[in-house]
Design a protein around this ligand. Structure first.
Ligand SMILES: NC(=O)c1ccc[n+]([C@@H]2O[C@H](COP(=O)([O-])OP(=O)(O)OC[C@H]3O[C@@H](n4cnc5c(N)ncnc54)[C@H](O)[C@@H]3O)[C@@H](O)[C@H]2O)c1
Ligand SMILES: [Zn+2]
Length: 356
């Protein structure tokens, strides 16, 4: 159940009451806890609902099995049982780890997701994937476990740092590029925007972006075919993140990935040059200043090939035909690109590797 624009805490309490859960465990990271969790917990107490708040240190580097174990120990210590509900209050890291915990605690309990970052609203909270990172790679251990409700409220965004805002904007642009030309044109008219911009516009871009992701996931929940188009910009994006040892933010890496992967599509004669120009301009307009680095130290292709989710070292790309249209062939949505083409495009951008 997706709930839009209602007062988030009272809405969650209403659901919790309706489902008659015996107790509530609010899971939040160290940043979000001081901003929002305390208010939530005092509301739960006022509503006479047994509750406990579990905090973990903020950051993707803490999305680990060891953090999950600590959360589970806290749940057991508080006396949480099968009739409890977990509430994830935070960004994508919180949603992923709280959802994963809910999926295995007492063999699986309900959870409610209240995303507080733009990226988690338009991307991470949707599609039922939960999980943690391991030293071998990101998101390699996890489950599919949908929350009973996702409560979307733009009010949280007021406190979101600029870089985190841009991380969400990159995914929103990606959604427009792979699926919806009209939405892309709308973004061309309204960007750049920030958390304090016109509320109607913010709501519109969040809502449309969610609709796009939902419609794709609905067709292919387990990512066997079309869901993979959501990885547009991410083959190169992940390699950039990895080669920078995660110093470059996900949004900036994906923005660069979008450009490079669009250039690959152009090199293969699929994507028109005029659309490529528009795409680059929109990303710059949105706030991504230096999309491509000038000096490089390591080989991005190496990082693409060693991605743990790749099969047999093959590098596959989502290709685009135009703004709003991906290329597909016989229900295939990702394609191996000749190394020669890849090198040619990367060299053109000076993207052999990156230096910071
Ligand atoms: N499950 C999925 O399908 C899926 C999809 C995409 C991404 N993800 C995962 O999501 C994570 C990225 O999500 P994210 O960007 O939200 O990361 P995040 O949860 O780390 O949040 C980013 C930062 O913003 C802070 N924050 C969140 N909301 C805030 C607010 N309202 N005010 C102030 N600060 C706030 C957090 O404390 C954190 O420091 C990654 O781990 C990624 O793997 C999952
Ligand atoms: Zn992403």
């Amino acid at each position: 159940m997706l709930i839009f624009w209602k007062e988030p805490i009272q809405t969650a309490i209403k659901i919790i009451r309706g489902k008659k859960y015996a107790g509530v465990a609010v899971i939040s990271d160290s940043n979000v806890i001081s901003l929002y969790a305390n208010t939530f917990v005092s509301c739960l107490k006022k509503a006479k609902l047994p509750c406990s708040v579990i905090e973990f240190p903020a950051g993707d580097s803490n999305k680990t099995r060891s953090t999950k174990e600590k959360i589970e120990d806290s749940l057991l210590k508080t006396g949480a049982g099968r009739d409890w509900v977990i509430v994830a209050l935070g960004g994508g890291v919180t949603g992923d780890i709280a959802g994963f915990t809910a999926s295995t605690f007492m063999r699986g309990i309900d959870w409610i997701n209240i995303p507080t970052s733009l990226l988690s609203m338009v991307d991470a909270s949707l599609g039922g994937k939960t999980g943690v990172n391991t030293p071998s790679g990101k998101n390699l251990i996890g489950t599919f476990h949908n929350p009973v409700a996702i409560i979307i409220s733009e009010t949280f965004l007021q406190t979101l740092p600029h870089l985190e805002w841009l991380n969400g904007i990159a995914e929103i642009i990606k959604h427009a590029v792979i699926m919806d030309r009209k939405f892309f044109e709308f973004l061309e008219r309204v960007l750049p925007i920030g958390p304090h911009s016109n509320r109607k516009i913010i709501r519109k871009i969040i809502r449309r972006s969610i609709e796009i992701k939902k419609s794709i996931v609905k067709q292919d929940e387990r990512e066997l075919s079309i869901r993979s188009i959501l990885n547009f910009g991410h083959t190169v994006g992940h390699a950039i993140e990895k080669s920078s040892e995660y110093k470059i933010s996900h949004g900036r890496a994906v923005a660069t990935g979008i450009i490079v992967e669009a250039a690959i599509s152009m090199e293969l004669g699929l994507f028109p040059h005029s659309s490529f120009k528009r795409l680059t301009e929109l990303l710059i307009q949105a706030g991504f200043k230096s999309l491509v680095q000038k000096k490089f130290s390591s080989d991005l292709i190496y990082f693409m090939r060693t991605d743990k989710k790749k099969r047999m070292g093959k590098i596959n790309f989502v290709l685009i035909k135009d703004i709003g249209k991906v290329y597909s062939n016989k229900n295939l949505f990702t394609f191996e690109v000749p190394e020669k083409t890849l090198k040619k495009v990367l060299n053109r951008f000076g993207l052999k590797g990156l230096e910071y």
